[in-house]
Every structure is written in C-alpha cells, then in structure tokens.
Design a protein around this ligand. Structure first.
Ligand code: PLP
Length: 463
C-alpha cells in the first residue's frame, strides 16, 4: 500500500466519533442509532473503496454530516411520491388513476384507525358479508339484485369467468377480443379462468345469428367486452346488449359484459363523450356486469360486479373470491364514493375526477397566462413560455380519439435542442414533488387541467 493511501485511510473518522459529532447526534435522536450507524458504515466502506481504487477520498468526505443528511433524505423519500400530473391524461394508470373525494379520504382515515363492522352484524351479532353495505348501495344505483367487490376489474372478469364458466365455453365476438394496457388480454384471462373461448363473427361484423349458432351443450356464457380503447369504423355490425340478453334467456345461457370504465351517470350531460352505464345494461337484462372503481367512477381501485342474486352468490362462494377480496380501507373509500352518487347535483363539485374532466378551458387559459408571467423571469432566458390550446385525454382505456379541449403552458427551448428539453424534464422529475408534463412538437407541455391552482405549481418548482 502506498504511503499516500495509508495517509488517506488514517484520515477516515471512526464511526464512534461520528456518532458523537454535534451535527450528527440530532439525527441519532430522530432516527435511532441503528439506522444512522448503518448509513455511516456504508459511507465509510465507500470511502475505503475510493482510496483503494482511486487513491483519493470521495468529494463528499469534506462534510460527513451533510452527506449523511443527503442520504437520509433520499432513503426516507417514499417510493410512492406525490406528483403533479400535468400530462393531460386525467385517469393516468401509471400515476394512480382517480383522486378520491374528501368524504372518501375521511372514511379511509377512520377505517385505518378503528375497528369496523367489516364482517360483523350488530343486529344478529353473527358474521356478515363484507361487501354487504356497498352491495346495497350499488343495487340502489344500478337496479341490480346484488354485487360483489374484488381487487380490480381484471380480477372481476377472472372471478366471474371462473365462477360461472370454468370447464365450459364462453362465446365472444372477434371484434371484442381486446387487450387493455398491462397485459390484460381477454383470451388469456379466459384460459386462466379455465374457460374455452369460442370466437364468433369477424373483426368488423358480428350478428345475433353468430352467437345463436355457437351455443352448444357446453356453452356457459355469452360475453360482451366494451371495446373502450379502439373503435372499428366503416362496414361494421355488433349485437347490442338487449338482443344478447334476450337470446341468453331464450337459450338458457348466462350473459355478461365487461364494461371496463363504466359510468353511473350520463357523461353527455356534462358535454363529455358518452360512456356506457352499468344500470342500462342491467335494465337491458344482462345477468352480470363488471367495471372498475378507479376509472370514471372516481373511487378506489376495485372491480365491481353487479347482477343477478343467484349468480353473485356463486361468485361470493368461489375460493378465488377469498384471494381477490378487498380490505376495509378500500371498502370504506368505495362506500363513501358511492354515497356521493346519491346526490348527483353535488357530484361535479365533490368528485375530483368529474371536476377535472369538466373544467372550463377559459379557466385553464387564465391559469396559463398567470403562470407564464410568474415563471418567465426564471425560465425566459432559456425557453419561450406560452399559453397554448391543447387536448386532454380521459385515460384508462377510454378512446384516445375522445379528446377534451384544454390549455397548456408550453416551454420551447430557445436553442431548439431536444437535449435542453430533456434536461428540463429530468430536472422537474427530481423535484420533491415531481412535475410531469409531456413532450410534443419540440416543446414541453404542461396541461393545466389537473392543476388545482397556480400556487400548486409554483410551490412544486421551488424544490
Ligand atoms: C380497464 C379495463 C379492464 C381492466 O380493469 P382494471 O380495473 O384496470 O383491472 C378490463 N376490461 C376493460 C374493457 C377495461 O377497459
């Protein structure tokens, strides 16, 4: 070992001494000795490595307490960091979809802190059924006879298929064999549930006669899947739910629809694209309907199955239900969200998803102007800031072509370089509350639809 290295090793402070350092003892008090010693040992090992391989101390070793604080900050940072979603996609799956309404947040906090009557019937003091309270609400809201709640809509489809059609055939139109993002493909789910998929019709046209011809001894289910994220246009034909339900009744075969998003309110009354409503399919006579809790419904991540009492009972009793069931926290959030639908007049104000989707473009335009002025001093030398009209998307498997007029604050690099744009994006991803926009046409777009206030962005950009 060179004398240079020897000299550097001798400069390394001992862990004991560091633990007693005035600038480090407060961390020991706050985080405990175990965590702090571990970090210091890690730092020391790195410093030894640097001496061994580079014959020098790492740059940070000038100030151990500062480096310790830096590492603590990084370590304590949650892997689920709150971000500002300025992507323009309201229900962004990778950013956690719907934000909960305040009453749902309150219900969640209470359910986390208290024991609750999850499966406990106060009247009979016996064992209740954990979906009971929300099932009753769902029956009121959809006209269904009963309901079942599982982890997400993918689980809802899986459970439904396994419980009513395992070992049997399920008839689906070739135009509806969809793939939803994240490896949810209808044919794969069928296989997992132990069902045999019988494809009928063609990609663009499927008729009632196609379903009728396919029904055989082993047919358990006629199933429709809402093709939410694409549209087949031109020479097309599909069978509507009323006809399919009638055929199912005539032939004694169960009918089901995977709605995906589904909305309990008529979206067109807010000027939004029409979205199928579970209650209309129940009224049309479909036996089982599945949809998501955290898409247009604006609630927690769940899968909801509504339908006929006897069929829901089969789902509730299936062993998979035990594996796919949700906990009290989720049920509390769902119940509070569903209660909001009992007061439809207040919904637009109370439900964040609906509030964001129906935000007036003029309001976002004003916000863009205000932010442009406030951010120009900070960014104006490197970027041209502008308020520009843009289009938001609903997201979560809704049709990408269904776009909502919105307004963005855009940043165009004065040097015209993509690298400058990437650097800005990267910098904003490293903020304590990362700001996430989207890059298009050589600019960074901050779609202001989901921004609550100018302060929210200004605050985030500070650190
Ligand atoms: C979104 C969607 C699913 C999956 O729902 P998750 O709640 O994400 O599991 C399944 N089917 C359709 C038609 C969908 O749109």
């Amino acid at each position: 070992m060179s004398s240079q290295s020897q000299q550097l090793y001798s400069q390394l402070p001992a862990i004991d001494r560091l633990l007693r350092h005035d600038a480090i003892t407060p961390y020991v008090t706050q985080y405990g000795q175990t965590l702090i010693s571990d970090l210091l040992r890690q730092m020391q090992a790195e410093a030894r490595d640097a001496i061994k391989h580079q014959e020098q101390l790492p740059a940070w070793s000038q100030d151990w307490p500062k480096e310790l604080q830096h590492r603590l900050d990084k370590q304590q940072q949650s892997a689920l960091r709150p971000v500002l979603n300025l992507t323009g996609t309201v229900l962004h799956t990778n950013l956690g979809r719907a934000l909960l309404a305040q009453p749902a947040v309150d219900a969640v906090v209470q359910a986390m802190q208290c024991n609750v009557t999850l499966e406990y019937d106060l009247q009979g003091a016996g064992r209740g059924h954990r979906d009971r309270a929300v099932a009753d609400l769902l029956c009121q809201l959809t006209g269904a006879e009963d309901a079942c709640i599982v982890n997400n809509n993918a689980a809802a489809v899986l459970l439904m298929l396994a419980a009513v059609a395992a070992g049997q055939q399920v008839v689906v139109s070739r135009g509806e064999l969809v793939e939803i993002g994240g490896a949810f493909r209808i044919p794969d789910v069928m296989r997992q549930a132990g069902c045999q998929l019988i494809e009928v019709g063609t990609t663009n046209r499927t008729h009632l006669a196609d379903y009728r011809t396919a029904v055989a001894e082993q047919t358990a289910l006629l199933m429709k899947v809402h093709t939410s994220n694409y549209r087949i246009e031109g020479f097309t034909a599909a069978v509507d739910e009323t006809e399919l339900a009638a055929l199912g009744r005539e032939l004694g075969v169960i009918t089901a629809t995977d709605l995906g998003s589904g909305s309990l309110i008529d979206m067109t009354q807010y000027g939004l694209p029409a979205e199928p409503m579970p209650q209309r399919l129940i009224a049309a006579g479909i036996d089982l309907v599945t949809f998501s809790g955290d898409k247009l419904l604006g609630g927690p991540q769940v899968g909801i199955i509504v339908g006929k009492k006897a069929l829901i009972a089969r789902l509730q009793q299936h062993p998979l239900k035990r594996a796919l069931r949700v906990g009290k926290i989720t049920l509390a959030a769902l119940e509070a969200t569903l209660r909001l639908y009992q007061q439809p007049e207040l919904l637009q104000q109370q439900l964040p998803t609906l509030r964001q989707l129906t935000r007036a473009p003029e309001q976002m335009q004003q916000l863009a102007q205000q932010l442009q002025q406030q951010l120009e001093p900070q960014f104006g030398d490197r970027f041209v800031l502008a308020g520009e009209a843009c289009w938001s998307q609903i997201g979560s498997g809704s049709l990408p072509a269904d776009r909502l007029p919105s307004h963005a604050l855009t940043f165009t690099p004065r040097d015209g370089r993509g690298a400058t744009l990437m650097a800005l994006t990267q910098q904003w991803h490293q903020l304590a509350r990362p700001v996430i926009g989207r890059i298009a046409d050589g600019k960074l777009w901050l779609d202001l639809r989901c921004l609550e206030s100018a302060e929210q962005l200004l605050e985030a950009l500070k650190g």
